[in-house]
Write a protein that binds this ligand. Structure first.
Ligand code: NAD
Ligand code: MG
Length: 389
């Protein structure tokens, strides 16, 4: 049976992993829409290869190039924010949400509002709009399948169990490429050093987030919304081998863990085939070759991001959206060589301190307004480096 699929963020790392799986079983899928921010040539090539009905660029300036590349193919081309949302709102059996950042929120919301089944990789959408998004999921009868490897692991461990029986959820974290660096050395970390992840190959933004541990902070907030067990039952452990992707401990002290290769095609496949299973091209897990699995507690002195995320969640209201927006600004500035590695968390903390927490956002528009004003605050701080030094 052929199922229809829309892939938001088709030209990225998650997009490539998703399309690799689809490519191996073309008969199973009809692609409705593929989207990207720009990368018109790459997007057009994918749309042609996968016989998509529609290709959309978020940046309207890239539309003429996309139109040219698709001329005569019969594949529709569109551009701009509204076109992304329209693409996400088209009825399909499965939406893979793999845009990076809060920019993915409105398209995810459009897929939720038509009651779709959404494989959610775009964690920033859930961090910024947690309550609003989860309320919309419930209201519209949408299905969210967690694609982030940790959350997919937890989702698998919870299958057949009751959330009320959960004693603790433990997110594992590799610790990133700078895990063993001293505080002094972290001060000098370059973008190339920060994105050289030992276990995972990912987009630049999430790679920096892994190095600062903000990725785990964002995932902590993501887990809070996906699995309603409460803050006190969520914990983080460093596990450098990235073999155990997360664990759920139940009140009888039985712990279930999900293990697998550190390759996003595994959790993506789990979502695409859910509630069934499908083949992936990965080899079997060879525990004897891996040899040992180690664990230790996070160091929030050197890596304060998880503390900031926990505090933002406890503060509630606009705080998680502010944390996420400031982090997006800070990571972009770090990648552009404008901000020191250790100042990423400092900028996030300072932005949170300077932003009014206000009431909890009640709508998508509220979240987007908070996101915009936090970006402006973070940008002002960037222009005054003494404030984050
Ligand atoms: P990426 O940078 O490789 O790709 C991002 C995709 O989004 C690209 O197709 C890009 O064109 C598109 N995009 C970027 N900005 C956009 C905008 N403003 N509007 C519309 N489209 C835009 O990122 P990635 O590593 O694939 O990550 C995607 C999401 O999945 C992120 O939220 C990330 O945190 C999450 N995630 C990624 C991994 C991974 O292994 N890469 C693992 C877990 C979760
Ligand atoms: Mg993850």
């Amino acid at each position: 049976m052929t199922r229809t699929l829309t892939l938001l963020g088709a030209t990225g790392s998650i997009g490539a992993s998703t399309l690799d799986l689809v490519r191996r079983n073309r008969a199973a899928w009809q692609i409705e829409a593929l989207t990207a921010q720009c990368s018109a040539a790459q997007l057009a090539a994918l749309a042609i290869e996968f016989d998509a009905r529609l290709a959309v660029v978020g940046d309207e300036a890239c539309l003429p190039e996309l139109r040219d590349a698709l001329a005569g193919t019969g594949i529709a081309a569109a551009g701009g924010r509204a076109a992304l949302i329209e693409a996400a709102a088209r009825p399909v059996d499965m939406t893979v949400a793999a845009i990076v950042g809060c920019a993915g929120l409105a398209p995810v919301m459009a897929a939720v509002e038509r009651g779709g089944t959404i494989a959610l990789a775009n964690k920033e959408a859930l961090v910024s709009a947690g309550e609003v998004l989860m309320a919309a999921v419930a209201r519209h009868g949408a299905t969210l399948l967690p694609t982030d490897s940790e959350h997919n692991a937890i989702f698998q461990c919870l299958a057949g169990n009751r959330i009320a029986d959960v004693a603790r959820i433990t997110l594992t974290a590799s610790g990133g490429p700078l895990r063993t660096w001293s505080a002094e050395r972290l001060h000098t970390a370059t973008p190339a050093e920060a994105i050289a992840h030992p276990n995972w190959s990912m987009g630049a933004k999430i790679s920096v987030d892994s190095a600062t541990m903000m990725n785990k902070g964002l995932e902590y907030i993501e887990a809070y919304h996906l699995f309603p067990v409460g803050l006190d039952k969520l914990s983080i452990v460093i596990h450098p081998q990235s073999v155990i992707h997360s664990m759920v401990e139940f009140r009888d002290r039985s712990t279930l863990a999900q293990l697998g290769p550190s390759d996003m095609r595994v959790p993506i496949a789990s979502c695409l085939a859910w509630p069934e299973r499908m083949e992936t091209p990965l080899g079997p897990l060879d525990l004897a070759a891996i040899g040992e699995l180690t664990f230790h507690a996070p160091d929030e002195e050197r890596f304060p991001a998880t503390r900031l995320a926990r505090e933002a969640l406890a503060a509630g209201g606009a705080a998680p959206a502010i944390l996420n927006a400031a982090n997006e600004v800070a990571v972009a500035a770090f990648l552009a060589g404008q901000l020191r590695f250790t100042h990423i968390a400092a900028l996030v903390e300072e932005t949170l301190e300077r932003s009014p927490l206000g009431a909890a956002p009640a709508s998508l528009e509220d979240v987007l307004a908070i996101d915009q004003s936090a970006r402006r605050e973070a940008q002002r701080l960037l222009e005054n480096p003494a404030l984050v030094g």
